[in-house]
Design a binder for this molecule. Structure first.
Ligand SMILES: [Fe+2]
Length: 192
């Protein structure tokens, strides 16, 4: 199946305070590139020779090594764009677990700290093993991504997410991001 990039133009025109249309356009273009590469990798894998996989080099092996990069690069971006758009509505169920974590402010402080830890992704998840909220830092798109998680808040902390608007001032971008979390979407994910 070929994947199709979604359109997130509704986020432009000031819908996300602190992220300009120029910044968002660059990011949308980059996201579409991941979808293109994911389709390319899956297409090549469908006919690749899988009889000589090799640690040092083999075409099938390389495709397999990079498959998760393109896959997560595509869908982490969709989850990121979909949780943008300030909306403070939090469901009662989500509020309960946020309070158990230490409150919304603690969650936000933790997410920011994860995002400051390097280029990659900061995640707020529900850990299916203990049922509690956790924050995680994922390097690139695929390094350190824990299994058994429901992704609730997805925060892009790659420089391309903010360089147009903020230069190297990552912390200022993070201030803008947390003001733009669409908590109604987070609540929907939590309830699902
Ligand atoms: Fe990104």
């Amino acid at each position: 199946m070929a994947y199709t990039a979604k359109n997130f133009d509704h986020l432009k025109g000031g819908a996300v305070k602190g992220l300009s249309d120029a910044q968002l356009d660059q990011h949308f273009t980059l996201y579409k590139g991941y979808i293109t590469k994911l389709n390319e990798i899956e297409e090549k894998l469908s006919s690749a020779d899988n009889t000589k996989p090799n640690y040092s080099f083999n075409e099938y092996t390389e495709l397999k090594r990079r498959e998760a990069v393109a896959f997560n690069g595509s869908f982490l971006h969709e989850l990121y764009f979909e949780n943008l758009g300030a909306d403070a509505t939090i469901s009662a169920g989500l509020k309960t677990v946020l309070d158990a974590f230490g409150g919304q402010e603690k969650v936000i402080a933790d997410l920011k700290a994860c995002a400051m830890s390097g280029p990659g992704w900061a995640l707020l998840t529900r850990n299916r093993r203990d049922g509690k909220l956790h924050t995680y830092f994922v390097a690139e798109h695929h390094l350190g991504l824990p299994i058994e998680q429901d992704l609730l808040v997805v925060l892009d902390s790659w420089e391309h997410a903010f360089m147009v608007d903020y230069g190297i001032a990552r912390a200022k971008y993070l201030d803008a991001f947390v003001e733009n979390i669409k908590w109604s979407e987070v609540s929907k994910r939590f309830g699902a």
